[in-house]
Design a protein around this ligand. Structure first.
Ligand SMILES: CC(C)(COP(=O)(O)OP(=O)(O)OC[C@H]1O[C@@H](n2cnc3c(N)ncnc32)[C@H](O)[C@@H]1OP(=O)(O)O)[C@@H](O)C(=O)NCCC(=O)NCCS
Length: 194
């Protein structure tokens, strides 16, 4: 029998890390989100396009309003705020892919003005913690365009293993791209937990 008690994520916010607060997004975050979500360079290797203000507001009212994971297919997007300045610098996303397989997917984005300081790494580790420790997932993956070296480096930095390299298997923004799949199992998280 599975540990049913774990199969939902209803954590208290903010989730604290040494330098960051992870917390649900709100309409007050629209400007900070627009500052990087509207940038083509941020969207270069991901399957979403730059957003305008109306699209940011739509998402804040829709998918980004989720604060708990109660069933498979749901995604939780949390804002990444620097605790010392209360500045929103990015986001992390945890998708609960399958209840049966207890699997999930990780995503992250950081405002380039705040890149290179380890914030995305710290936030991604916290998201793994939510997935493994709070939701009780067995396996979390990240799918990364091979050209997105910053993202692949981050996945390795947090202890994810590269499991697959699918050559030219997806067309992204008109170009064939090679997909790297990184993964971590719950047992491996135990050795990588900060
Ligand atoms: C992927 C992405 C989040 C990586 O951003 P990043 O700035 O490299 O990641 P971090 O914020 O964790 O910073 C890590 C860098 O800061 C450095 N760093 C400084 N202080 C650090 C600390 N305390 N801890 C860890 N790293 C630190 C690291 O060495 C690293 O630099 P390096 O790559 O030159 O070695 C960013 O490129 C992005 O948002 N891209 C657009 C969206 C995207 O592609 N998302 C991924 C989809 S798969």
């Amino acid at each position: 029998m599975q540990r049913e008690r774990h199969l939902q994520l209803r954590t208290g916010y903010p989730v604290r890390t040494p330098r960051l607060l992870l917390r649900p997004l709100g309409f007050d975050d629209a400007d900070a989100l627009l500052a990087y979500r509207s940038r083509p360079d941020v969207c270069r290797y991901v399957p979403f396009d730059p957003l305008n203000r109306a699209a940011v507001i739509d998402r804040l009212a829709g998918p980004w309003a989720t604060t708990a994971l109660t069933d498979e297919g749901q995604a939780l997007t949390l804002g990444v705020e620097v605790a010392a300045t209360r500045t929103l610098v990015g986001e992390v996303m945890l998708l609960w892919s399958s209840r049966e397989h207890r699997s999930g997917q990780l995503g992250y984005a950081i405002n380039p003005d705040f890149a290179g300081r380890g914030y995305a790494t710290e936030a991604a580790r916290a998201a793994l913690g939510l997935g493994f420790d709070e939701l009780g997932l067995h396996r979390i993956t990240a799918s990364i365009d091979e050209r997105n070296t910053a993202s692949a480096n981050l996945a390795r930095r947090i202890g994810m293993r590269q499991e697959a390299r699918f050559v030219n298997n997806e067309k992204l923004k008109g170009e064939w791209c090679t997909e790297l799949v990184f993964a971590m199992l719950a047992g491996e998280w135990a050795g990588n937990r900060p």
